[in-house]
Ligand binder design. Structure first.
Ligand SMILES: Cc1cc2nc3c(=O)[nH]c(=O)nc-3n(C[C@H](O)[C@H](O)[C@H](O)COP(=O)(O)OP(=O)(O)OC[C@H]3O[C@@H](n4cnc5c(N)ncnc54)[C@H](O)[C@@H]3O)c2cc1C
Length: 273
């Protein structure tokens, strides 16, 4: 099955892309790597009259050292991060996350911004970026705004983006060289989405500590604040992890509870050793 006929735009500036979105009255969609949007259009589970391909907008492809943080343009592919273009920041966590997304063919086209904007509850970047305390930059007809990835990810397949807004960049704070991190992903086979994901980031120098879990079963990324405190105070056992999951997410089936507990335990143990 193929998508219905579409109007196609390929602007070379963010402003021109916003103008098309604003004129469309909500019927236009941004096309980034197309790894989620195109199959969804073909299967008719997503709808658009107009596609706005952002692949020619150079500023969206930039990776910049911006003082206190590294700024990834929303159009940066997973493959570029896997290949080390954002290396030297977050002690290799970005590279590790990118390398474990899907297959190389998907990583060549799929973008970090597309992953966040799509808000698939099973996606890796939302979990990783919340754990790293990253912010997103958004531009629209009413100007620019910056918000945390946590605020940006509103719900399953839902973000804080307005119809005429584009996610332009992701700002990842620079950590100390002693940053401790772990990113665990449980999946049935290589290349598949995770059935459970856990990320723990602890910077002993600044005291920054985040524990985040994600998956379709738990409806996307969730910060487990109770575990962040417990992790800094002492030992965290499976009982504490399960209590934190129930408190934050609600009751889970036995299998879901087990895989999320194991994933979180492994992540916590890795940053503690
Ligand atoms: C076989 C397969 C396996 C996969 N496995 C994984 C996995 O293990 N882990 C994982 O995390 N992901 C996985 N993915 C998803 C993939 O990694 C992409 O990140 C994801 O498809 C979205 O990125 P994209 O650039 O292709 O966005 P697109 O498909 O082009 O767009 C997705 C959505 O985001 C919107 N959008 C895109 N960019 C912007 C922007 N800058 N501003 C506003 N809106 C925007 C689009 O309008 C659309 O609604 C997999 C995909 C496939 C096909």
């Amino acid at each position: 099955m193929k998508a219905p006929p579409l109007e196609f735009h390929k602007p070379d500036t963010v402003e021109a892309a916003i103008a098309v979105l604003a004129d469309s009255g909500g019927s236009a969609r941004i096309l980034a790597g197309g790894q989620s949007l195109v199959p969804m259009l073909n299967l008719r589970v997503a709808y658009a009259k107009t596609l706005v391909d952002i692949g020619a907008i150079r500023e969206l492809a930039a990776i910049e050292d911006a003082g206190g943080y590294i700024r990834l343009g929303a159009g940066v592919s997973h493959a570029r991060i896997e290949d080390g273009e954002a290396d030297g920041h977050c002690s290799g966590m970005l590279r590790h996350v990118a390398r474990n997304i899907a297959y190389r063919a998907v990583r060549n086209r799929g973008t970090v911004g597309g992953s966040l904007a799509h808000a698939d509850p099973a996606a890796d970047w939302p979990v990783a970026m919340i754990a790293l305390g990253a912010d997103v930059e958004v531009s629209g007809s009413n100007g620019n705004r910056k918000l945390s990835v946590e605020e940006f990810m509103v719900d399953v397949f839902t973000t804080a983006l307005q119809e005429d807004e584009i996610l332009t960049g992701i700002c990842v704070p620079k950590a100390s060289p002693d940053l401790l991190w772990s990113f665990q992903k449980m999946r049935k086979k290589s290349g598949a989405f995770g059935e459970a994901i856990a990320a723990v980031v602890h910077d002993p120098e600044s005291g920054f500590c985040r524990v985040v879990a994600g998956s379709s079963a738990i409806g996307g990324p969730h910060r487990l604040a109770v575990l962040e405190t417990a992790l800094q105070e002492g030992a965290v056992d499976d009982g504490a992890i399960q209590d934190a999951l129930t408190q934050t997410i609600g009751s889970l089936g036995r299998y879901e509870m087990q895989i999320h507990t194991v994933c979180l335990r492994r992540a916590i143990e890795e940053v503690r050793t």
